[in-house]
Design a binder for this molecule. Structure first.
Ligand code: CO
Ligand code: CO
Length: 358
């Protein structure tokens, strides 16, 4: 296969569902997890109970391993980009625990009857270069035949057992800081359907391939009480995991949430992934929207992201400085988007802005 052939392959056309929007809906997963026997190994610091980003396993008094895996079908067309996005997304769960990646294995499903091997080489090259940017190597993996291309990583990271930042530590008075804009699911869906009239996929790609490493360092140093990355369950879905695990409630100021501009136009035109609608349906029992917040903005707040930013509960006095530092590190959309309140565990209120809050 020649160079030009590789350039004309549109990987998203080989996938029925794309990226983290291919994730099982939250209600399906949460009820399934609730049925599993509890984890009793005392060295498991974080198991499946808090719907966290990764498991954390203590191996000594000053060292714990972070274990996580993420894989999905193509979210973007170029094989190299798909590999890079999938790698950044999988690494993100280590950063979301306040940890440092150590090494990774690749997980591959590949339809070798319909796609040439060069495509897989490019996917692996994209992932390998992103892993190298994160300071690690992909040291092995496993490949099976599949109907659709599937790619992701199983990542091992490390953290001091006393410095794990899970979903359960958010406290009333914390501000919620988000490091990247949302709307990625809507833009990638538009691109897959040839409806990306504003050519926004390039900007979405650069957001998705930005490592959450700097955000993690800044937020961790600021004493984040809880931290998660925004992926398939959307901003409100991942925040719900934090508020439920922390037994607090939260307020989101929707006008302060950074949104990729094209996503606003597309969602208003009726473009949004199925996973986004599933998220909003699941969240309806957890989220109260101010009646003035339009339907399209509710959908955006539930939009299934791939490789989105970090959302952290930061002690109130440090939040503005965290935003300043994130912006200094090139995360120009970083913003305070809400706050943590005492209140019914898990509940989220969405208002327009702090001024509109009563
Ligand atoms: Co995560
Ligand atoms: Co994940």
């Amino acid at each position: 296969m020649s160079e030009t052939d590789l350039e004309t392959i549109r990987l998203t056309q080989f996938a029925k569902r794309a990226g983290c929007a291919a994730k099982q809906p939250p209600d399906y997963l949460l009820s399934l997890l609730a049925g599993l026997p509890p984890v009793t190994d005392p060295n498991v610091i974080v198991g499946h109970a808090t719907a966290d980003d990764a498991a954390v396993y203590r191996i000594s008094d000053d060292l714990a391993l972070i274990l996580t895996t993420d894989f999905f079908t193509p979210i973007v067309d170029r094989p190299y980009d798909f590999g890079a996005v999938a790698a950044a997304n999988a690494l993100s769960d280590v950063y979301a625990m306040g940890g440092t990646p150590m090494t990774a294995l690749s997980i591959v499903g590949f339809p070798s009857a319909t796609l040439p091997p060069e495509v897989l080489v490019e996917i692996l090259r994209g992932a390998g270069e992103k892993a190298r940017e994160a300071g690690i190597a992909i040291v092995g993996g496993h490949t099976i035949q599949s109907e659709e291309p599937i790619f992701g990583l199983a990542v091992v990271g490390k953290v001091h057992p006393d410095q794990v930042i899970d979903n359960a530590g958010a406290q009333p008075g914390d501000f919620l800081v988000l490091s990247k804009p949302i709307g990625l699911g809507i833009i990638t869906t538009a691109a897959k359907r040839n409806e990306d009239t504003r050519g926004a996929i390039g900007e979405a790609l650069s957001v998705m391939t930005t490592l959450n490493r700097e955000a993690s360092v800044v937020m961790t140093h600021a004493g984040a009480h809880a931290m998660t990355d925004i992926t398939g369950f959307g901003l409100l879905g991942h925040l719900r995991n934090v508020t439920a695990a922390s037994a607090v409630s939260a307020t989101i100021w929707s006008d302060l949430v950074p949104i990729l501009p094209a996503a606003i136009e597309y969602v208003q035109a009726g473009i949004s992934p199925g996973g986004t609608h599933a998220n909003r349906r699941f969240l309806s029992k957890w989220v109260d929207y101010d009646p003035t917040i339009p339907d399209w903005r509710q959908l955006l707040l539930c939009d299934a992201q791939t490789s989105g930013g970090l959302l952290a509960a930061i002690p109130g006095t440090h939040a503005a400085e965290v935003v300043r530092q994130l912006r200094y590190h090139g995360l120009g959309s970083a913003a305070i988007v809400g706050c943590i309140n005492a209140g019914q565990a898990g509940k989220i209120r969405v208002t327009i802005s702090p001024e509109s809050d009563s």
